[in-house]
Design a protein around this ligand. Structure first.
Ligand code: NAI
Length: 246
């Protein structure tokens, strides 16, 4: 039997990047997979490519900062698959600026997507999981949520917030048999990191003992472990996966 047979997983921000690889890994492991994103074209492409592994992959356009849209998402998934067993809060954005130059809107939009969006999805899905008396919630944080990073005060605050949120929710939901964990990736090659200037990328590379950037599939392997039954006794943890960087 595959690891995620009969499980339904919602993965936010999964039309591309790390989320897409997590969705691929889960589809290969026989889950019903719901691709959630705001870019319809990318959703369509990703769903088409993943249906090769598994017919039970669907895409739903949803902005995770909208309570109404997330409520509709949850209702649609329950109608289609009957349960929600896994939530991966992966959608995230950056708006990097030094503190002195950061506009309030840069601060607010990053906190809204990365932290408030994670709260909204977790709250709506937790209601279902609490009734089911089981579930796995996985939040994608970042190493900069632990170390901080110049030019990323908004992003680091949102990712540090995710770690604290993970610990709190793990305590609240444990009595209902729901595990809540986080992954803190280092530098992973995706469209988010591609837009960084070459000299910044080189600086990051020099700080990584394994001397290479991570790939989305590195995160997907750990995500599978933290969302299948092999990790049933792990909760409230943040696991760093960064080639030794921090
Ligand atoms: P990406 O930019 O390639 O993918 C993020 C996806 O989230 C995009 O498809 C985007 O459309 C979607 N999204 C953005 N706002 C949304 C919203 N309001 N509602 C629904 N979907 C939305 O980024 P990447 O690199 O794949 O990152 C995925 C996660 O991993 C993010 O949370 C990021 O902060 C985190 N991360 C990434 C690292 C890296 O080196 N790439 C390092 C550490 C953490």
């Amino acid at each position: 039997m595959k690891n995620l047979s009969n499980k339904t997983a919602i993965i936010t921000g999964s039309a591309r990047g790390i989320g897409k690889d997590i969705a691929k890994k889960f589809s290969e492991n026989a889950a019903n997979v719901v691709i959630v994103d705001i870019i319809q074209d990318e959703i369509n492409k990703t769903v088409k490519s993943l249906k090769k592994f598994n017919p039970n992959v669907i895409g739903i356009k949803c902005d995770i900062t909208s309570e109404n849209e997330v409520q509709n998402l949850v209702e649609n998934v329950i109608e289609k698959f009957g349960s929600i067993d896994i939530l991966v809060n992966n959608a995230g954005i950056t708006k990097d600026k030094l503190l002195i130059r950061m506009k309030l809107s840069d601060w607010e939009s990053v906190l809204k997507v990365n932290l408030t969006g994670t709260f909204i999805c977790t709250q709506k899905v937790a209601k279902i999981m609490m009734k089911q008396r089981h579930g796995k919630i996985l939040n994608i944080s970042s190493v900069v949520g632990i170390t901080g990073n110049a030019g990323q005060s908004n992003y680091s605050a949102s990712k540090g917030g995710i770690i604290a949120f993970t610990k709190s929710i793990a305590k609240e939901l444990a009595p209902r048999n729901i595990n809540v964990n986080a992954i803190a990736p280092g530098f992973i090659e995706t469209e988010m990191t591609e837009k960084l200037p070459a000299e910044i990328q080189q600086k990051y590379l020099e700080s990584i003992p394994l001397n290479k950037f991570g790939k989305p599939h590195d995160i997907a392997e750990l995500a599978l472990f933290l969302c299948d039954n092999n990790s049933d006794y792990i909760t409230g943890q943040t696991i760093v996966i960064d080639g030794g960087m921090i």
